[in-house]
Design a protein around this ligand. Structure first.
Ligand code: RNT
Ligand code: ZN
Length: 417
């Protein structure tokens, strides 16, 4: 039996449950995910700013890390060629491209430093998103937007505003709104003497950045919370409560990274909670293993549950999806592909569930039957629909896609010094 015949059978089996596989494939083909550029070079960027700081960490030393824009663009192309459907690229401010190789300081970045990204995206019809970089910089060591030294805090406020300008430029050039996500690492390793002051300064800094005057139809500002970082174990200024209250009172979008909560807290449960109040929310889909380790996203229970919430809350147009992980221990391009495909598989599974029927069972307190059906659904032939989805998007579905990774590794990555 060939894949298309298998798909036809799957289609009938799903139809018997009242599920339209054609609609699922169509919907999934139109869901863009903002793929983080920083998986390609271990969050290094193009500034030569030295070691990664801010309490985040990549581990591993796999061959072939991208060393400049040209290599990163080539690697992104390879990854996108193996990922079905059209997506977006999420760029960090430390990825400016400077003609003489000499980066300007973070408060001096200008749209023209990101022209190469615009050219890259426009040639390929991709959207662009942006992030100020409040880490890996000499002035970030003792805090950025919370810094008690007004000069340093002003520097970072200027950086935030400069990034809004780049985001506006991205939106104008690509013709789609640009999401600009603010995350700062600011916090303390040990028990603080003042928890309120840094948060008040953070609030004031954010107000000043957002007060710069920008086109809200072009730039969608999001604020990402965090529970702790390495070396910042006792306190994080931008905690869950801070970020959520700030976003909700200022009319910006809260962003949840599922690595940023206590290990028994799940973002799948937070999605519907926030959807009761926030017109839009944003996600960084990642996989924390014991801590915010940013392992490659897999088709695991929590990823599946998160995407189920997005779909069954009927919120595909309200939840903005991005990936955020960095693994330097395996082929970095495969890491992109596996992670993006995992999010898409989770979305597909969610699109292939009889949500109305399942909700009715819950509402009718028929919990035994609900459990039975939830388990039975796991055996449905989703893989055959996935293959069809890949085929229609011109991408190889079988593990044969990895042959391309092997060839690229041999011909390109292994030749990098
Ligand atoms: C850090 C946050 C943040 C970063 C990127 C590089 O814990 O998750 O989103 O991963 O900005
Ligand atoms: Zn994140």
């Amino acid at each position: 039996m060939n894949p298309q015949q298998r798909y036809e059978i799957a289609k009938e089996r799903y139809a018997a449950l009242g599920i339209d596989t054609e609609a699922a494939v169509r919907t999934l083909s139109g869901i863009p995910i903002s793929m983080h550029c920083w998986q390609g070079d271990d969050v290094h960027g193009f500034e030569d700013s030295g070691a990664l700081s801010g309490g985040i960490q990549t581990t591993g030393n796999y061959m072939g890390v991208a060393r400049n824009a040209e290599e990163l663009f080539a690697d992104l192309d390879k990854a996108f060629s193996l990922i079905p459907a059209k997506h977006r690229v999420n760029v960090h401010a430390c990825y400016g491209v400077y003609p003489d190789g000499k980066a300007v300081d973070r408060d001096q970045i200008r749209p023209e430093h990101f022209r190469h990204w615009v050219d890259y995206a426009k040639e390929r019809g991709l959207g662009l998103d942006f992030n100020p970089t409040f880490f890996s910089h000499p002035l970030s060591e003792n805090g950025t937007l919370t810094n008690p030294d007004e000069k340093i805090r002003d520097f970072w406020i200027r950086h935030g505003i400069a990034c809004i300008r780049v985001s506006e430029y991205f939106a104008e050039q690509t013709g789609t709104p640009c999401l600009m996500n603010i995350w700062i690492p600011d916090g303390f390793k040990d028990i603080p003497a003042d928890r309120l002051g840094p948060r008040q300064r953070y609030m004031d800094s954010l107000d000043r950045i957002l007060g710069c005057g920008y086109d809200k139809t072009k730039v969608l500002v999001t604020l990402e919370s965090k529970v702790f970082g390495i070396g910042l174990e006792s306190y994080t200024a931008g905690s869950g409560e801070f970020a959520l209250c700030y976003a909700m009172t200022r009319g910006i979008v809260p962003l949840m990274d599922n690595g940023h909560y206590h290990p028994t807290e799940v973002v799948s449960d937070k999605i519907p909670a926030l959807l009761c109040f926030a017109p839009k929310i944003a996600l960084h889909v990642t996989r924390g293993v014991r801590w915010d380790s940013d392992h490659v996203v897999r088709f695991d229970d929590e990823t599946r549950e998160m995407m189920k919430e997005v779909v069954r809350c009927n919120a595909l147009d309200r939840v903005i999806l991005a990936t955020d992980y960095f693994d330097a221990s395996i082929n970095r391009i495969a890491a992109w592909v596996i992670g993006m495909r995992s999010v898409q598989k989770a979305l597909l599974e969610a699109l292939l569930q009889p949500h109305q029927e399942l909700k009715a069972l819950q509402d009718g307190a028929r919990f035994t039957e609900l459990m039975m059906l939830q388990e039975e659904l796991k055996q449905m032939p989703m893989g055959d629909v996935w293959e069809e989805f890949c085929r229609r998007n011109g991408v190889c579905a079988s593990p044969a896609w990895f042959e391309e990774i092997k060839a690229y590794e041999k011909e390109v990555l292994s030749k990098r010094g």
